[in-house]
Design a protein around this ligand. Structure first.
Ligand code: OSB
Ligand code: MG
Length: 374
């Protein structure tokens, strides 16, 4: 396809419930929606998951806007033809900024699937008709309130509970939850809040029959995670530390984790996600799809990836109403009573974007046209 225009919307949406992690508390979520259009008018949508501030990663809404407008768009417009497998090579000139690159790459995947009139899941190689849904629960004001939320999500059918932890909200909390629910699947996510000096915390968590401990140590680290993994029976799962397929290989060679959480935004898009998925399958690592509180657009991309055959743990892909009162897609994403989400069988990401609502939510909007750059 030939990309004629790239439209960007900076939107901000109020979360149905504030989301607190070790790196901060979010009441609103900001992101950039990306729409690409080809020469025949086919549209592809995706979402850039960089946040307001550089807390999860160094990228922000503002850096991503700048990188897309001033560097990614010109590189894409310069190509006579692009497709989801070649666009990565074009963008590899830009160092880092995976979230910015991923958003354009993923919009091109959606457009490609629509051109072929096939679901995105199918052109990615997905096979599952339903994906397993877990829920990620932020740090709460007290344990009783946390227990209430857990019981509500379990009633809805979610297949596993992920608890955010940080120093001061860890062993005691998780012990209490495990006592209340001896048999459910529980995992924890520290978002890099600890160091090896906190070994005692992890030795305690190791006794609680957790599915995994996600990103306990430094956001860039592989070495200390390898030391920690060798001292625990609970699998470590890396999130922040895995920024490319090569990082996944290094983590496996070093023994830094036994499971990888793939977020397409963090690794640079669907192509890199596929490579990590395939590598995990070959290497015998666990693998699942993580989330960044995406709107229904980003969620469509996550659902498609989660349909890949090697995904073997529940995903951080919950229903629309878990994140937002009103999602920007039609139909909204819903949870089946068995704790799964159905993979759409419509072309592309398989949902309709509520463009009026997107326009209404936009704090900033721009249309980049091929003709303006050449
Ligand atoms: O570490 O997985 C994380 C949300 C924002 C930033 C980082 C993370 C998360 C989540 C939410 O855990 C998962 C979801 O989107 O449901
Ligand atoms: Mg995480």
């Amino acid at each position: 396809m030939e990309i004629e225009s790239i439209e960007l919307y900076h939107i901000r949406m109020k979360l149905a419930h504030p989301f607190e992690t070790s790196f901060g508390r979010q009441v609103y979520r900001s992101c950039i929606l990306v729409k690409v259009e080809d020469e025949s008018g086919v549209e592809g949508w995706a979402e850039c998951v960089a946040g307001r501030g550089p807390w999860y990663s160094y990228e922000t809404v503002e850096t991503a806007w700048h990188i897309i407008r001033d560097f990614i768009a010109p590189l894409v417009f310069k190509e006579k033809q692009v497709n989801p497998l070649t666009v990565n090579r074009v963008l590899s000139k830009i160092r880092g900024h995976n979230m910015a690159k991923a958003s354009v790459e993923m919009a091109i995947w959606d457009a490609e699937a629509k051109i072929r009139k096939q679901p995105l899941s199918v052109i990615l190689g997905g096979e599952k008709e339903k994906i397993e849904s877990g829920v990620s629960i932020g740090i709460q004001k007290d344990i009783d309130y946390l227990l209430k939320r857990i019981s509500m999500f379990l009633d809805q059918g979610y297949r596993r509970i992920k608890l955010k932890i940080k120093p001061g909200w860890d062993v005691e909390v998780v012990k209490r939850v495990r006592k209340e629910y001896p048999d459910i699947r529980i995992q924890v996510d520290a978002n890099a809040a600890y160091t090896l000096r906190d070994l005692r915390v992890f030795l305690e968590l190791d006794k609680l029959d957790l599915l995994m401990i996600e990103q306990p140590l430094g956001y860039d680290d592989l070495i200390y995670h390898s030391k920690l993994q060798s001292m625990l029976k609970t699998p470590l799962c890396l999130d922040e530390s895995i920024k490319s397929p090569e990082d996944a290989v290094k983590a496996n060679l070093l023994g830094s984790c036994r499971i990888i959480n793939i977020k397409p935004g963090r690794v640079g898009g669907h192509r890199a996600s596929l490579m990590i998925h395939d590598y995990c399958t070959l290497a015998g690592l666990g693998v699942w799809i993580g989330g960044m509180l995406e709107t229904g657009i980003g969620r469509g991309h996550l659902v498609a990836l989660a349909s890949l055959p090697g995904i073997n743990y529940p995903n951080d892909i919950s229903a629309s109403d878990r994140y937002y009162e009103e999602d920007i897609v039609e139909p909204p994403w819903t949870l089946n009573p068995d704790g799964t989400i159905s993979v759409p069988n419509k072309p592309g990401i398989g949902i309709k974007v509520k463009t009026d609502l997107v326009e209404e939510l936009a704090l900033k909007k721009t249309v980049l046209r091929k003709s303006d750059y050449t």
